[in-house]
Write a protein that binds this ligand. Structure first.
Ligand SMILES: *Cc1c(COP(=O)(O)O)cnc(C)c1O
Length: 364
């Protein structure tokens, strides 16, 4: 790996880059948080300082995402993967069924996990035949009778696809793994019962997961659920049933405030669309590079692309890295390149990348 004395353009898929102002503020709070004489890492999770921080973060998030009051917000320990078990445990009673749209690796993992908890979990779309470049268009007729929810991955981090429009399923709600695109656009809450997101892509540090869930849709009779996966219990305890990942929540709170200061999610969505368009427009006119996801399904967070002459892949990755464009290697099963351009990636980073690729192409 090249060594740098300055910060680079970090295109990693996750853990991913965080906004500079957030890191600078965290640095200031690192030794002495709000005149407590203690680091933000050292304050008690039962202290009034931490409670204030947690309350403010929750309130800012509710405002940013316009989350209705019937939805609870919980900061969970553990990755998004833990929610693959938590959702069926909380929302499916013994033999209840749920449908899954398998648009990539993460949906498949969630599907396999849910099958452990109910024999009636079914797949209604399998993107494997199309190498996961397609997103189905689903409606209530696509569902199996009795399905309690439809599980989707809103943005497929690995394959660079997304639901540009969310399915409208009548009375059946969507459970969405939004790990790689939460906070990149507003959410139409009327369509959802659960939205969860591992923090390390678009929120903050790894090991924290945000769960936003419809309290009214929780089944009346309750499964035996491990306490730390029990949505109602965790919410009742205000994310403080046990010691939560305090530092990660603190960073997430700074990110929420940074987003508010930038003007909120409509502003963010516009900026994200512009960034992605700049890169896709370049790829679409290039005679060397191409994006293989059909236009309507293209992710605006993870731009997956390839090079026509595959012999050039390795040398290009090396010179990108040397020039401070890091984390662009595609996922191992997909190959090629992937530029993860989450909220924190400035437009200048995408412009610099496009200039570099254009220059590389002109020399061939
Ligand atoms: C990264 C990712 C995950 C896995 O997250 P962990 O926090 O590692 O469990 C799950 N779903 C999606 C969509 C992801 O991008």
């Amino acid at each position: 790996m090249a060594k740098f004395t300055h910060r680079v353009y970090n295109f990693n898929a996750g853990p991913a880059m965080l906004p500079d102002p957030v890191m600078e503020e965290a640095q200031r709070d690192f030794l002495n948080y709000r005149s407590t004489g203690m680091s933000v890492l050292e304050i008690s999770h039962r202290s009034s300082e931490f409670q204030a921080l947690l309350d403010q973060s929750t309130e800012d998030l509710r405002e940013l995402l316009q989350i209705p009051s019937k939805f609870g917000i919980v900061f969970f320990p553990g990755g998004a993967t833990l929610q693959f078990s938590a959702v069926p445990l909380n929302y499916l009673e013994n033999e209840d069924s749920a449908d899954f749209s398998l648009t990539g690796l993460w949906a498949n993992k969630a599907y396999q996990e849910a099958q452990k908890f109910s024999p009636n979990v079914k797949s209604i779309f399998d993107g494997k035949v199309g190498s996961y470049t397609e997103i189905p268009s689903l409606d209530s007729k696509s569902l199996n009778p009795g399905a309690k929810y439809l599980h989707i991955t809103s943005n497929n981090t690995i394959y660079g696809t997304r639901y540009t429009k969310f399915p409208e399923l009548g009375s059946v709600p969507i459970v969405a793994d939004m790990t790689s695109d939460i906070l990149s656009r507003p959410i139409p809450w009327n369509l959802f019962s659960v939205v969860f997101a591992g923090a390390q892509k678009n929120i903050g540090p790894s090991g924290l997961t945000l769960v936003i869930f419809d309290k009214e849709r929780l089944p009346k009779t309750k499964n035996k659920i491990p306490n730390l996966l029990d949505y109602a219990l965790m919410e009742k305890n205000g994310s403080l049933y046990n010691t939560p990942p305090t530092f990660s929540i603190y960073i997430a709170g700074l990110v929420f405030r940074w987003l508010k200061n930038k003007g909120g999610l409509s502003v963010m969505e516009k900026e994200n669309e512009e960034k992605a368009k700049h890169l896709y427009d370049f790829l679409d006119q290039s005679s060397l590079f191409f994006a293989n996801v059909p236009k309507p399904h293209r992710s605006i967070m993870n731009v997956v692309f390839k090079i026509k002459d595959s012999n050039l892949e390795k040398p290009l990755l090396e010179s990108l890295e040397e020039q401070g464009f890091c984390g662009l290697k595609g996922y191992r099963d997909v190959g090629g390149f992937r530029a993860s351009i989450y909220n924190a990636m400035p437009k200048a980073g995408v412009e610099a990348l496009v200039s570099f690729l254009r220059h590389f192409e002109s020399k061939i």
